[in-house]
Write a protein that binds this ligand. Structure first.
Ligand code: TYM
Length: 332
Protein backbone atom coordinates (compact mmCIF):
# COMPACT_ATOMS: atom_id res chain seq x y z
CA UNK A 1 0.00 0.00 0.00
CA UNK A 2 2.79 2.40 0.96
CA UNK A 3 4.79 3.07 -2.20
CA UNK A 4 1.97 3.46 -4.70
CA UNK A 5 0.72 6.91 -5.66
CA UNK A 6 -2.52 8.04 -4.05
CA UNK A 7 -5.68 8.76 -6.02
CA UNK A 8 -8.63 10.65 -4.54
CA UNK A 9 -11.95 11.55 -6.10
CA UNK A 10 -15.54 12.20 -5.12
CA UNK A 11 -19.03 12.44 -6.53
CA UNK A 12 -22.17 14.15 -5.26
CA UNK A 13 -25.17 11.98 -4.37
CA UNK A 14 -27.72 14.14 -6.13
CA UNK A 15 -29.49 11.41 -8.11
CA UNK A 16 -28.48 8.68 -10.53
CA UNK A 17 -25.15 9.38 -12.18
CA UNK A 18 -25.16 10.58 -15.76
CA UNK A 19 -23.29 9.15 -18.70
CA UNK A 20 -21.07 12.25 -18.33
CA UNK A 21 -20.17 11.35 -14.72
CA UNK A 22 -19.45 7.84 -15.87
CA UNK A 23 -17.32 8.55 -18.94
CA UNK A 24 -15.60 11.63 -17.52
CA UNK A 25 -14.73 10.19 -14.13
CA UNK A 26 -16.14 7.00 -12.57
CA UNK A 27 -15.12 4.65 -15.33
CA UNK A 28 -11.50 5.64 -14.81
CA UNK A 29 -11.77 5.21 -11.06
CA UNK A 30 -12.24 1.48 -11.46
CA UNK A 31 -9.35 0.98 -13.83
CA UNK A 32 -6.94 2.86 -11.56
CA UNK A 33 -7.48 0.50 -8.63
CA UNK A 34 -4.73 -1.98 -9.53
CA UNK A 35 -1.96 0.54 -9.97
CA UNK A 36 -2.69 3.10 -7.25
CA UNK A 37 -3.92 3.48 -3.69
CA UNK A 38 -7.42 4.67 -4.50
CA UNK A 39 -9.70 6.58 -2.17
CA UNK A 40 -13.23 7.40 -3.36
CA UNK A 41 -15.93 9.29 -1.59
CA UNK A 42 -19.66 10.02 -1.85
CA UNK A 43 -19.60 13.75 -1.05
CA UNK A 44 -22.92 14.25 0.72
CA UNK A 45 -21.56 17.32 2.56
CA UNK A 46 -21.03 19.05 -0.76
CA UNK A 47 -24.54 18.07 -1.83
CA UNK A 48 -26.21 20.20 0.88
CA UNK A 49 -24.79 23.41 -0.62
CA UNK A 50 -28.00 23.32 -2.63
CA UNK A 51 -31.34 22.50 -0.99
CA UNK A 52 -31.94 18.78 -0.50
CA UNK A 53 -34.89 16.85 0.81
CA UNK A 54 -33.31 15.00 3.83
CA UNK A 55 -34.97 11.63 3.18
CA UNK A 56 -34.04 11.84 -0.48
CA UNK A 57 -30.45 12.76 0.31
CA UNK A 58 -30.19 9.74 2.62
CA UNK A 59 -31.48 7.42 -0.11
CA UNK A 60 -29.39 9.04 -2.84
CA UNK A 61 -26.26 8.69 -0.71
CA UNK A 62 -26.74 4.94 -0.23
CA UNK A 63 -27.69 4.51 -3.89
CA UNK A 64 -24.60 6.44 -4.97
CA UNK A 65 -22.45 4.16 -2.82
CA UNK A 66 -24.04 1.02 -4.33
CA UNK A 67 -23.79 2.50 -7.81
CA UNK A 68 -20.06 3.11 -7.43
CA UNK A 69 -19.69 -0.53 -6.44
CA UNK A 70 -21.76 -1.51 -9.47
CA UNK A 71 -19.41 0.56 -11.65
CA UNK A 72 -16.50 -1.54 -10.48
CA UNK A 73 -15.17 0.23 -7.39
CA UNK A 74 -14.23 -2.63 -5.11
CA UNK A 75 -14.27 -1.71 -1.39
CA UNK A 76 -11.65 -4.41 -0.80
CA UNK A 77 -9.24 -2.72 -3.21
CA UNK A 78 -10.10 0.95 -2.67
CA UNK A 79 -11.18 2.96 0.33
CA UNK A 80 -14.80 3.74 -0.51
CA UNK A 81 -16.71 5.84 2.01
CA UNK A 82 -19.31 8.51 2.74
CA UNK A 83 -17.88 11.98 3.39
CA UNK A 84 -19.99 12.86 6.45
CA UNK A 85 -18.71 9.72 8.24
CA UNK A 86 -15.18 11.10 8.34
CA UNK A 87 -14.83 14.20 10.50
CA UNK A 88 -11.36 15.15 9.26
CA UNK A 89 -12.84 16.61 6.07
CA UNK A 90 -14.77 19.32 7.92
CA UNK A 91 -11.89 19.92 10.33
CA UNK A 92 -9.32 20.43 7.61
CA UNK A 93 -11.76 22.49 5.59
CA UNK A 94 -11.81 25.08 8.37
CA UNK A 95 -8.02 25.32 8.51
CA UNK A 96 -7.79 25.64 4.75
CA UNK A 97 -10.52 28.27 4.60
CA UNK A 98 -8.17 30.48 6.59
CA UNK A 99 -5.59 30.07 3.82
CA UNK A 100 -8.06 30.87 1.03
CA UNK A 101 -8.89 34.32 -0.21
CA UNK A 102 -12.38 35.72 -0.74
CA UNK A 103 -11.28 36.89 -4.21
CA UNK A 104 -10.21 33.40 -5.26
CA UNK A 105 -13.54 31.88 -4.29
CA UNK A 106 -15.43 34.69 -6.02
CA UNK A 107 -13.79 33.73 -9.31
CA UNK A 108 -15.02 30.12 -9.28
CA UNK A 109 -17.27 29.63 -12.30
CA UNK A 110 -19.35 26.90 -10.63
CA UNK A 111 -20.12 29.26 -7.76
CA UNK A 112 -21.22 31.92 -10.24
CA UNK A 113 -23.33 29.40 -12.21
CA UNK A 114 -24.99 27.92 -9.16
CA UNK A 115 -25.65 31.37 -7.66
CA UNK A 116 -27.39 32.27 -10.88
CA UNK A 117 -29.45 29.07 -10.78
CA UNK A 118 -30.37 29.36 -7.08
CA UNK A 119 -30.62 33.11 -6.45
CA UNK A 120 -32.73 32.53 -3.32
CA UNK A 121 -30.06 30.44 -1.59
CA UNK A 122 -26.55 31.75 -2.14
CA UNK A 123 -25.33 30.28 1.12
CA UNK A 124 -21.82 30.44 2.59
CA UNK A 125 -21.34 26.70 2.00
CA UNK A 126 -21.86 27.19 -1.72
CA UNK A 127 -19.15 29.84 -1.62
CA UNK A 128 -16.64 27.76 0.37
CA UNK A 129 -17.48 24.53 -1.49
CA UNK A 130 -14.06 24.41 -3.21
CA UNK A 131 -12.29 24.64 0.16
CA UNK A 132 -14.07 21.49 1.36
CA UNK A 133 -13.10 19.87 -1.91
CA UNK A 134 -9.46 20.87 -1.32
CA UNK A 135 -9.72 19.38 2.18
CA UNK A 136 -11.06 16.10 0.72
CA UNK A 137 -8.00 15.82 -1.47
CA UNK A 138 -5.29 17.21 0.82
CA UNK A 139 -6.40 15.15 3.85
CA UNK A 140 -5.06 12.09 2.00
CA UNK A 141 -2.05 13.74 0.37
CA UNK A 142 -3.46 12.61 -2.97
CA UNK A 143 -1.13 12.76 -5.97
CA UNK A 144 -3.79 12.47 -8.67
CA UNK A 145 -7.45 13.42 -8.88
CA UNK A 146 -9.46 11.79 -11.70
CA UNK A 147 -12.19 14.25 -12.71
CA UNK A 148 -13.97 15.68 -15.73
CA UNK A 149 -12.85 19.02 -17.12
CA UNK A 150 -15.50 20.98 -15.20
CA UNK A 151 -13.58 20.36 -11.95
CA UNK A 152 -10.26 21.66 -13.27
CA UNK A 153 -10.67 25.13 -11.80
CA UNK A 154 -11.47 23.70 -8.36
CA UNK A 155 -8.39 21.53 -8.58
CA UNK A 156 -6.20 24.50 -9.50
CA UNK A 157 -7.48 26.20 -6.37
CA UNK A 158 -6.70 23.10 -4.27
CA UNK A 159 -3.14 23.22 -5.61
CA UNK A 160 -2.81 26.90 -4.73
CA UNK A 161 -4.17 26.31 -1.22
CA UNK A 162 -1.73 23.41 -0.67
CA UNK A 163 1.23 25.47 -1.86
CA UNK A 164 0.23 28.44 0.26
CA UNK A 165 -0.20 26.33 3.39
CA UNK A 166 3.16 24.63 2.81
CA UNK A 167 4.90 27.99 2.37
CA UNK A 168 3.34 29.46 5.44
CA UNK A 169 3.67 26.53 7.85
CA UNK A 170 6.28 24.22 6.31
CA UNK A 171 5.98 21.27 3.90
CA UNK A 172 3.01 19.05 4.59
CA UNK A 173 0.60 18.70 1.69
CA UNK A 174 1.21 16.98 -1.62
CA UNK A 175 0.27 19.35 -4.45
CA UNK A 176 -2.30 17.26 -6.37
CA UNK A 177 -2.64 16.95 -10.12
CA UNK A 178 -5.79 16.58 -12.16
CA UNK A 179 -6.15 13.35 -14.08
CA UNK A 180 -8.44 14.20 -16.97
CA UNK A 181 -9.27 11.68 -19.71
CA UNK A 182 -8.22 12.50 -23.28
CA UNK A 183 -11.61 11.50 -24.66
CA UNK A 184 -14.79 12.18 -22.72
CA UNK A 185 -13.59 14.83 -20.25
CA UNK A 186 -16.72 16.80 -21.11
CA UNK A 187 -19.70 14.86 -22.37
CA UNK A 188 -22.26 17.27 -23.81
CA UNK A 189 -26.04 17.53 -23.61
CA UNK A 190 -27.83 15.50 -26.28
CA UNK A 191 -30.24 18.37 -26.83
CA UNK A 192 -27.88 21.35 -26.70
CA UNK A 193 -24.47 19.91 -27.54
CA UNK A 194 -22.66 23.14 -26.71
CA UNK A 195 -23.63 22.61 -23.05
CA UNK A 196 -22.32 20.03 -20.57
CA UNK A 197 -24.50 16.96 -19.96
CA UNK A 198 -25.93 17.48 -16.51
CA UNK A 199 -28.61 15.85 -14.37
CA UNK A 200 -29.94 19.30 -13.50
CA UNK A 201 -30.99 19.80 -17.14
CA UNK A 202 -34.73 20.35 -17.33
CA UNK A 203 -35.09 18.44 -20.59
CA UNK A 204 -34.93 14.70 -19.72
CA UNK A 205 -33.87 13.88 -23.29
CA UNK A 206 -30.66 15.87 -22.81
CA UNK A 207 -29.13 13.47 -20.39
CA UNK A 208 -28.55 9.71 -20.20
CA UNK A 209 -28.73 8.31 -16.67
CA UNK A 210 -26.66 5.19 -16.18
CA UNK A 211 -29.66 3.28 -14.84
CA UNK A 212 -31.88 4.16 -17.81
CA UNK A 213 -33.26 1.06 -19.53
CA UNK A 214 -32.32 0.11 -23.08
CA UNK A 215 -35.46 1.53 -24.73
CA UNK A 216 -35.07 4.86 -22.93
CA UNK A 217 -31.41 5.11 -23.90
CA UNK A 218 -32.12 4.37 -27.55
CA UNK A 219 -35.05 6.78 -27.62
CA UNK A 220 -32.90 9.60 -26.16
CA UNK A 221 -30.10 8.99 -28.66
CA UNK A 222 -32.59 8.88 -31.56
CA UNK A 223 -33.70 12.38 -30.53
CA UNK A 224 -30.16 13.72 -30.15
CA UNK A 225 -29.56 17.04 -31.89
CA UNK A 226 -27.02 16.84 -34.73
CA UNK A 227 -26.55 19.08 -37.79
CA UNK A 228 -27.85 19.47 -41.32
CA UNK A 229 -24.93 17.70 -43.03
CA UNK A 230 -24.78 13.93 -43.45
CA UNK A 231 -21.17 13.21 -42.61
CA UNK A 232 -20.04 11.26 -39.56
CA UNK A 233 -16.66 12.77 -38.80
CA UNK A 234 -15.12 14.71 -35.91
CA UNK A 235 -14.82 18.33 -36.97
CA UNK A 236 -15.19 21.80 -35.48
CA UNK A 237 -18.74 23.06 -35.70
CA UNK A 238 -20.25 19.56 -35.53
CA UNK A 239 -20.88 19.61 -31.78
CA UNK A 240 -23.69 17.05 -31.79
CA UNK A 241 -21.86 14.51 -33.95
CA UNK A 242 -18.57 15.13 -32.11
CA UNK A 243 -20.34 14.34 -28.85
CA UNK A 244 -21.91 11.16 -30.20
CA UNK A 245 -18.53 10.08 -31.59
CA UNK A 246 -16.91 10.74 -28.22
CA UNK A 247 -19.53 8.66 -26.45
CA UNK A 248 -19.33 5.85 -29.01
CA UNK A 249 -15.54 5.87 -28.80
CA UNK A 250 -15.62 5.73 -24.99
CA UNK A 251 -17.88 2.70 -24.83
CA UNK A 252 -16.46 0.73 -27.80
CA UNK A 253 -12.76 1.68 -27.63
CA UNK A 254 -12.82 2.61 -31.34
CA UNK A 255 -10.98 5.77 -32.41
CA UNK A 256 -12.55 8.55 -34.47
CA UNK A 257 -11.07 7.36 -37.81
CA UNK A 258 -12.42 3.87 -37.24
CA UNK A 259 -15.84 5.28 -36.44
CA UNK A 260 -15.84 7.45 -39.56
CA UNK A 261 -15.04 4.49 -41.80
CA UNK A 262 -17.51 2.21 -40.02
CA UNK A 263 -20.32 4.66 -40.83
CA UNK A 264 -19.20 5.91 -44.24
CA UNK A 265 -22.20 6.01 -46.55
CA UNK A 266 -24.61 5.60 -43.64
CA UNK A 267 -26.99 8.20 -42.28
CA UNK A 268 -27.25 9.89 -38.89
CA UNK A 269 -30.23 7.66 -38.01
CA UNK A 270 -28.08 4.51 -38.28
CA UNK A 271 -25.30 6.12 -36.29
CA UNK A 272 -27.57 7.31 -33.47
CA UNK A 273 -29.09 3.85 -33.19
CA UNK A 274 -25.64 2.25 -33.04
CA UNK A 275 -24.51 4.67 -30.32
CA UNK A 276 -27.70 4.01 -28.32
CA UNK A 277 -27.24 0.24 -28.57
CA UNK A 278 -23.56 0.36 -27.67
CA UNK A 279 -24.25 2.54 -24.62
CA UNK A 280 -27.19 0.40 -23.49
CA UNK A 281 -25.13 -2.81 -23.82
CA UNK A 282 -22.24 -1.24 -21.96
CA UNK A 283 -24.44 -0.08 -19.09
CA UNK A 284 -26.59 -3.24 -18.77
CA UNK A 285 -24.24 -5.07 -16.36
CA UNK A 286 -24.08 -1.96 -14.15
CA UNK A 287 -27.86 -1.95 -13.82
CA UNK A 288 -27.82 -5.60 -12.84
CA UNK A 289 -25.07 -5.17 -10.26
CA UNK A 290 -26.75 -2.09 -8.85
CA UNK A 291 -29.95 -4.06 -8.23
CA UNK A 292 -27.89 -6.66 -6.40
CA UNK A 293 -25.77 -4.29 -4.26
CA UNK A 294 -28.52 -1.86 -3.37
CA UNK A 295 -30.79 -4.62 -2.09
CA UNK A 296 -28.14 -6.03 0.28
CA UNK A 297 -28.33 -3.32 2.94
CA UNK A 298 -26.23 -5.23 5.48
CA UNK A 299 -23.34 -5.74 3.11
CA UNK A 300 -23.53 -2.11 2.02
CA UNK A 301 -23.42 -0.99 5.64
CA UNK A 302 -20.43 -3.19 6.38
CA UNK A 303 -18.60 -1.73 3.37
CA UNK A 304 -19.25 1.93 4.14
CA UNK A 305 -18.53 1.48 7.85
CA UNK A 306 -15.19 -0.17 7.16
CA UNK A 307 -14.45 2.38 4.44
CA UNK A 308 -15.02 5.24 6.90
CA UNK A 309 -12.76 3.63 9.50
CA UNK A 310 -9.93 3.28 7.00
CA UNK A 311 -10.45 6.80 5.67
CA UNK A 312 -10.42 8.27 9.17
CA UNK A 313 -7.24 6.45 10.18
CA UNK A 314 -5.56 7.56 6.95
CA UNK A 315 -6.58 11.21 7.03
CA UNK A 316 -6.25 11.67 10.79
CA UNK A 317 -2.45 11.40 10.58
CA UNK A 318 -2.26 14.18 8.03
CA UNK A 319 -4.86 16.44 9.62
CA UNK A 320 -3.22 16.08 13.06
CA UNK A 321 0.04 17.26 11.53
CA UNK A 322 -1.78 20.24 10.02
CA UNK A 323 -3.27 21.08 13.46
CA UNK A 324 0.20 21.03 14.98
CA UNK A 325 1.66 23.14 12.20
CA UNK A 326 -0.85 25.97 12.65
CA UNK A 327 -0.15 26.00 16.39
CA UNK A 328 -3.12 24.17 17.89
CA UNK A 329 -2.27 22.66 21.31
CA UNK A 330 -2.13 18.83 21.44
CA UNK A 331 -4.82 17.13 23.56
CA UNK A 332 -2.42 14.66 25.12
P1 TYM B 1 -19.90 15.96 -9.57
O1 TYM B 1 -20.63 15.15 -8.57
O2 TYM B 1 -20.59 17.10 -10.21
O3 TYM B 1 -19.38 15.03 -10.75
C1 TYM B 1 -18.64 13.83 -10.52
C2 TYM B 1 -17.59 13.67 -11.60
O4 TYM B 1 -18.20 13.62 -12.89
C3 TYM B 1 -17.56 14.54 -13.77
N1 TYM B 1 -18.56 15.03 -14.75
C4 TYM B 1 -18.41 14.98 -16.07
N2 TYM B 1 -17.41 14.52 -16.84
C5 TYM B 1 -17.58 14.60 -18.18
N3 TYM B 1 -18.68 15.12 -18.77
C6 TYM B 1 -19.72 15.59 -18.04
N4 TYM B 1 -20.80 16.07 -18.64
C7 TYM B 1 -19.60 15.53 -16.62
N5 TYM B 1 -20.42 15.91 -15.60
C8 TYM B 1 -19.76 15.60 -14.46
C9 TYM B 1 -17.06 15.65 -12.86
O5 TYM B 1 -15.99 16.35 -13.46
C10 TYM B 1 -16.62 14.87 -11.65
O6 TYM B 1 -15.30 14.37 -11.82
N6 TYM B 1 -16.97 18.86 -6.82
C11 TYM B 1 -17.10 17.53 -7.35
C12 TYM B 1 -17.12 16.44 -6.31
C13 TYM B 1 -15.94 16.46 -5.38
C14 TYM B 1 -14.63 16.05 -5.69
C15 TYM B 1 -13.90 16.19 -4.47
C16 TYM B 1 -14.02 15.59 -6.84
C17 TYM B 1 -15.97 16.82 -4.07
N7 TYM B 1 -14.74 16.66 -3.52
C18 TYM B 1 -12.54 15.89 -4.41
C19 TYM B 1 -12.67 15.28 -6.77
C20 TYM B 1 -11.95 15.43 -5.58
C21 TYM B 1 -18.42 17.45 -8.10
O7 TYM B 1 -19.33 18.17 -7.84
O8 TYM B 1 -18.50 16.43 -8.98
Amino acid sequence: MEDKKVIFSGIQPTGTFTLGNYIGAIRNWGSLQEEYNCIYCVVNMHAITVKQEPSKLRKNTLDAYALLMACGIDPEKSILFIQSHVKTHAELSWLLSCSTQFGELSRMTQFKDKSRRHPDDINAGLFTYPVLMAADILAYNADLVPVGIDQKQHLELARNIAQRFNQRYGELFTVPEAYIPEVGAKVMSLQEPSKKMSKSDENPNACILILDDKDTIIRKFKRAVTDSEAEICYREGKDGINNLMTIYSSVTGKNFDEITSEFSGKGYGDFKLAVGEAVADHLAPIREKFAQFSSDKEYLKKCYTEGAEKALAYSQRIVSKAYRKVGFVDKK
